[in-house]
Write a new protein. Structure first.
Length: 161
């Protein structure tokens, strides 16, 4: 009986610190994927001023701002550490405005946006502006952005050149 308990304990210890490998027998990380990865894609319509559409699902998110509904809001970064969103403004006519819960209009207070290149947010009151593709040429570098929560704030940057 004692040897069975010891064997179960050893088995539990080994699985508690295990790494998971998909298409690999020698994982190098907690999750090691040797192949393609698909993530959930969702689409959100914008909300009007002071009633921004919450972004709370998906990883790759298509944003659809319209003439009077251009606002979107990310969760409070302190509540979702490590969360990653890839946002794309798919409008050819309207900019999308990104806010966050937990923000404060006072610089240095509350949740803030930080550009990956070290510059501050470009939008008003701690927001980020994602431009529309008005010229129908693929848009500028803010048309698709990645947002990453560090557990206190959102860091963001463009994808590609």
């Amino acid at each position: 009986m004692k040897s069975i308990i010891i064997a179960i304990f050893i088995l539990f210890i080994n699985t508690a610190f295990a790494q998971v490998g998909i298409n690999t027998t020698d994982p190098k990380s907690t999750l090691d994927i040797n192949g393609n990865l698909s993530v959930k894609v969702v689409e959100y319509n914008g909300g009007p001023g002071w009633a921004a559409t919450p972004i709370d699902d998906g990883v790759y998110i298509n944003l659809v701002p319209t003439a009077s509904n251009v606002e979107f809001i990310l969760p409070d970064a302190s509540l979702v550490p490590g969360r990653i969103y890839i946002l794309r403004n798919i409008s050819d006519a309207e900019n999308a405005v990104i806010y966050t819960f937990g923000a404060d209009a006072t610089s240095g207070a509350g949740v803030e946006f930080y550009r990956g290149d070290g510059r501050n947010s470009q939008g008003p009151l701690g927001s980020v502006i994602m431009t529309a593709d008005i010229d129908n040429n693929g848009g500028d570098i803010t048309k698709t952005l990645i947002f990453i929560s560090d557990g206190a704030n959102w860091t963001y940057g463009h994808i590609g050149l």
